[in-house]
Design a binder for this molecule. Structure first.
Ligand SMILES: [Zn+2]
Ligand SMILES: [Zn+2]
Length: 411
């Protein structure tokens, strides 16, 4: 049997990096007062159609959508924000004394599989509700950067943009539309299709000719209302006072319809062309769009696969003890039980019938700190032989002394 195209197993050999990523992320996010939320993978299709936007690539062609057995159209979440917003409204989370949430989990998009792009991928994301103050925008950028730095990810660049709000964007969109209409023949097929519904997306098309046209397109700065400009300028001030370096990129628009005012991306040049490791922005209209009260919102998300790819490999012991069990199963299991209970360390018991030589070879291969050798002789005399794999010394102990020593070793 083969795995589905665009899907990937996360094997035990990769797991150390995943655990390190999740641990570091949770530590940083919780230290900023964020609380975890878990929403379902499957939601009503209409949630994403309304929440992500009908005219986005995601909704138009990338969703895993099907009818369930009661003929309801359901979709496997292609991103995390819509579900958290739905949950916020459904569960009246506005009544909680805190409104900063984070999630970690799998998302699904039916994209053309290519290097570094999977159809099931994981995201770490945060959402904040009810805070209009531009300080929160700056806090999120700061926290995001701190999280990436804690993971040891280097050469980070931050790009920001103001993409207007519900008041001023329509006028800008019209202006953009008529500009791109004039240059329609130079645009790629995708962009021609986007022209009417989502001209903003043309600004970040990777196609060379589209880029040339986009470079001369009208800029939002000419159309942004005082409210947007004011908000954006304050975010910039806060970022500066936090000593965060950023560049302004007028073509940064993000792929989703719901963003307003402030958007940002954190990019590393370590991954080549596709270097965005984290991205987000404000979505002040989304809660209302999905049936809640008019509530400001802001968030960001990071692709975990990309972060894991950037993590440095750590030389790590797989286990603390390997019990080289030479035909003494019960004694071996008893020692393992006592070792785990008293030291709380990782103990691997060998039950395969092997020679001592082949067990020692295996112990070297799996990178273990100590080997406990027990054979007929040790079992009959209540003894063990302990080999320290780091300095190759080997000693015999009676069981009680051995256990006492091992407890002390890890204190
Ligand atoms: Zn505005
Ligand atoms: Zn294009």
């Amino acid at each position: 049997m083969e795995i589905l195209r665009g899907f990937k197993d996360t094997l035990p050999t990769d797991m150390e990096k995943w655990h390190r990523l999740e641990k570091a992320a949770k530590e940083i996010l919780e230290s900023f007062g964020f609380k975890e939320i878990r929403t379902p993978i499957l939601e009503k299709t209409s949630l994403f159609a309304r929440g992500v936007g009908e005219a986005t690539d995601i909704v138009e062609k990338e969703m895993y959508t099907f009818f369930d057995k009661s003929n309801e159209s359901v979709t496997m979440r292609p991103e995390g924000t819509a579900g958290v917003v739905r949950s916020y409204i459904d569960n009246h989370l506005e009544n909680l004394p805190y409104k900063k949430f984070y999630y970690i989990g799998p998302m699904f998009r039916y994209e053309r599989p290519q290097k570094g792009r999977l159809r099931q991928f994981n995201q770490i994301g945060v959402e904040v509700f009810g805070i209009e103050n531009p300080s929160i925008d700056a806090e999120l950028v700061y926290m995001d950067k701190m999280m990436l730095e804690k993971l040891g990810i280097e050469d980070l660049r931050i790009e920001i943009n103001n993409i207007g709000c519900r008041k001023c964007r329509p006028e800008y969109m019209n202006e953009l539309k008529s500009y791109f209409k004039k240059h329609e023949e130079s645009l790629c097929e995708d962009c021609r299709r986007r022209l009417d519904k989502n001209p903003l997306r043309i600004l970040d098309c990777k196609n060379k000719e589209c880029k040339a046209v986009a470079n001369k397109a009208p800029k939002i700065t000419q159309f942004a209302c005082t409210d947007c400009k004011d908000h954006y300028n304050k975010v910039k001030e806060r970022l500066q006072s936090l000593d965060i370096k950023f560049t302004e990129n007028p073509h940064l628009v993000r792929g989703l319809d719901y963003y307003t005012k402030f958007v940002f991306e954190i990019i590393t040049d370590k991954l080549g062309a596709q270097g965005t490791v984290s991205a987000g922005g404000r979505y002040d209209g989304l809660v209302e769009e999905l049936g809640g009260k008019d509530t400001p919102g802001i968030g960001f998300a990071s692709g975990c696969e990309r972060l894991v790819e950037l993590l440095k490999t750590k030389e790590e012991k797989l286990f603390d003890y390997y019990i080289a069990n030479l035909n003494s199963d019960e004694y071996a299991l008893d020692i393992a039980k006592q070792l785990i209970k008293t030291t709380k360390k990782r103990v691997y018991v060998e039950y395969e019938k092997r020679s001592l030589k082949s067990m020692m070879k295996k112990a070297g291969k799996i990178n273990v700190s100590y080997v406990v050798i027990i054979g007929e002789n040790e079992k009959n005399n209540n003894k063990v032989i302990l080999k320290n794999m780091d300095n190759s010394t080997q000693n015999e102990y009676d069981l009680k002394t051995f256990l006492d020593n091992e407890v002390k070793r890890w204190l």
